[in-house]
Structures are given as C-alpha cells and as structure tokens.
Design a protein around this ligand. Structure first.
Ligand SMILES: Cc1ncc(COP(=O)(O)O)c(C=O)c1O
Length: 327
C-alpha cells in the first residue's frame, strides 16, 4: 500500500515538472520535510475503507477510530461509500441513489483540490468496514471519472485477491472500460505488492525499495498455489459453493428475520448482519463452540472467508451450524 501510494505521488510530481529533473530547491526543501509549496498531494478514500495500519496508508483507512487514534495523519479527502443494501431487488432505487451521491462526492473532492489528487483508492468489497458492496456500474463510473481527471485508480485487492470472490481478482467481474491503474495485493497471494500501468512505475532505480522487498521463495510458493487452483478448478468450486452459501444465508434471513438480515456475497466472500454488535459477538462465540470458525467485520456483521477448497458439503454444514445458533 505504501509503495503504491508513493508511486502515485511520484507520477503526479513528474507530470507537474513536465518530465524535468527536480530543482536544487526541490531537493533542499524535501530534506526539511517541506515539499515545494504546491505539493500537498492527496489520496481520496471511502468512509468505511481499510487500507492498512502503516503510517501513510493509515490516512486512507476510514474503518475504525482504534486504528487511527493518536497517529499523525495527512489531510486527505474522504467520501461516502454506497454500502448497498440487500436483498438488492428490494433496494435497487435506494442503492442507485447512494451510488450517485457517492460519485458526486468523488467529483467534488477532485474539483476541490485541482491537480493535487494523486490517487483514489477503493476496495472491491469493503472487508474490515463490514462487507460493504457497490455495483459494477459504480466501479465503471469511478474508472471513467478518474481516467478523465488524471487521478490514479487504485484497487486495493489485499483482501479480495486470490480467488475468494470466484475470480482471481475481484475487479475482473466489473467489466471495466479500461483496467485499474494500480492493483495492490497480499494475503492469499502470499506476498505483498502491486501491479500497475507502466507510466506509474518510477523511472529512477530504488525509489521504491525496502529491506524485505521481493521474496523469491514466496513467489515460488505462489506459483505452485496458482497451478493447484487451476488444476483443481478451485475458482469454479468457489463460484458454485458461494452461490449455495449466499442462497442459504438469504434463506436463513427469511426464516429468522429478527436475527439475520442483509445476506450478501460474491463467491464465498459472504456475509450477513446481526441486529447489533453484542448479538453478533455472542453468535461468533457460539459458532466457534460448535466448530465453525468465522469472523466479524464492521460492527454487526458476520463474515465468511473460507479457503478455496471449501466445497458444497462444507457450505451445507456451515449453514446448519449457523441455523442451530439462530434457533
Ligand atoms: C483491504 C486491505 N488493505 C490493506 C490491508 C493491509 O493492512 P496492514 O498493512 O495493516 O496489514 C488489509 C489487511 O487486512 C486489507 O484488508
């Protein structure tokens, strides 16, 4: 995350200088932590978004105060995330309106800081923030808008990458008019990194570097994992299992209306809401005591993040355990 944001800043500065080398004044000022006057570069992020706890990315994280409290932060714009309601069919109009409001807020944030917004960063599904979704049309509109305004469109796939949504990269499902400018990844991909358009890669050697940069052993492990995903058709498995899991959660929402609501998911990246945090936390303990290890996200959401080998029979078993806890 840190390196992706740095690459976006470096590109914006390069554009500003029209490709010229930094001046002696630029070099002297940066040594005093005073970037030349105009450099108040910004990253737009969404309410509820999570992009990590490291010093720079933390300013884009907007999920919970506990991560941010007492840490110096950049003055970057935050905009509302649509957080579409489920079942989708019952909330179509409200969801479209939320997405339109969010897009307007993004436009306003870019316009409020002409030539200062280096990047807009978004998760395909807000993970830590409570499994909050937006439609492919919303992401297409974000892509178009950021392309028009020269803002790097950074898709944070740290949590969604690696097949849990039924495709290797969640953004593959959006049918974008052009690819994201940068995609960050980690977790299921074994190592942390980003891939990007050529023009976002810094020209000078070592501008993005650190002691732990690169890890050939992890790369080799990932290669084997990707081969197994293909060999065992694990993405197909995840799509079929996810459909069953989400349909089962929807069914439980209908049958236990005072307990569960808002079943949603893409692939097995699925979730359901409880009325409030205390109920959700009690359910998490009860589920664990019955052998089902699931987690919480947001303040009242239960989230599923099973491995890619999670199959139909596991989904059926998990739903039975959840039902017993609902009862
Ligand atoms: C969407 C997303 N981005 C980034 C991160 C990285 O967070 P950190 O750098 O604090 O490990 C995470 C970790 O959970 C994440 O879910």
């Amino acid at each position: 995350m840190e390196n992706a944001l740095k690459a976006a800043f470096i590109r914006l500065a390069r554009r500003r200088r029209g490709g010229a080398q930094p001046s002696d004044g630029d070099l002297a000022a940066c040594m005093l932590n005073r970037q030349p006057g105009v450099n108040a570069f910004k990253v737009i992020s969404f309410e509820g978004g999570f992009h990590g706890r490291s010093m720079g990315a933390l300013s884009a994280t907007r999920s919970k105060p506990i991560h941010k409290l007492d840490i110096p932060a950049f003055d970057w714009p935050v905009v509302p995330f649509p957080a579409n309601q489920f079942p989708e069919a019952e909330h179509a109009e409200q969801n479209r309106a939320a997405e339109a409001r969010s897009l307007e807020a993004v436009k306003a944030a870019i316009d409020a800081h002409p030539d200062e917004v280096a990047a807009l960063i978004v998760e395909p599904i807000q993970g830590e923030g409570g499994d909050r979704h937006a439609s492919p049309a919303f992401f297409q509109a974000l892509r178009r808008l950021t392309a028009e305004r020269g803002v790097a469109f950074v898709v944070d796939e740290v949590q969604t990458c690696g097949g849990g949504t039924g495709v290797l990269w969640a953004h593959e499902a959006w049918d974008l008019p052009e690819p994201p400018d940068m995609v960050t990844f980690s977790k299921k991909m074994q190592l942390g990194g980003f891939y990007c358009r050529e023009e976002l890669a810094p020209v000078e050697a070592l501008r993005l570097f650190s002691t732990w940069l690169g890890d050939p052993l992890r790369g080799a492990q990932l290669e084997v994992i990707l081969e197994v995903i293909e060999r065992d058709r694990l993405l197909e498995n995840t799509r079929a299992t996810g459909e069953r899991l989400v349909a089962g959660l929807e069914d439980l929402c209908r049958r236990y209306p005072g307990v569960l609501s808002g079943a949603r998911g893409i692939g097995t990246f699925a979730a359901v809401d409880f009325p409030h945090a205390a109920r959700r936390d009690a359910a998490l303990t009860a589920l664990r005591n019955r052998g089902l290890e699931v987690g919480g996200s947001g303040d009242r959401t239960l989230r599923f993040r099973p491995a890619l080998v999670f199959a139909l029979r596991h989904a059926a078993e998990a739903l039975d355990v959840l039902e017993s806890v609902c009862k």
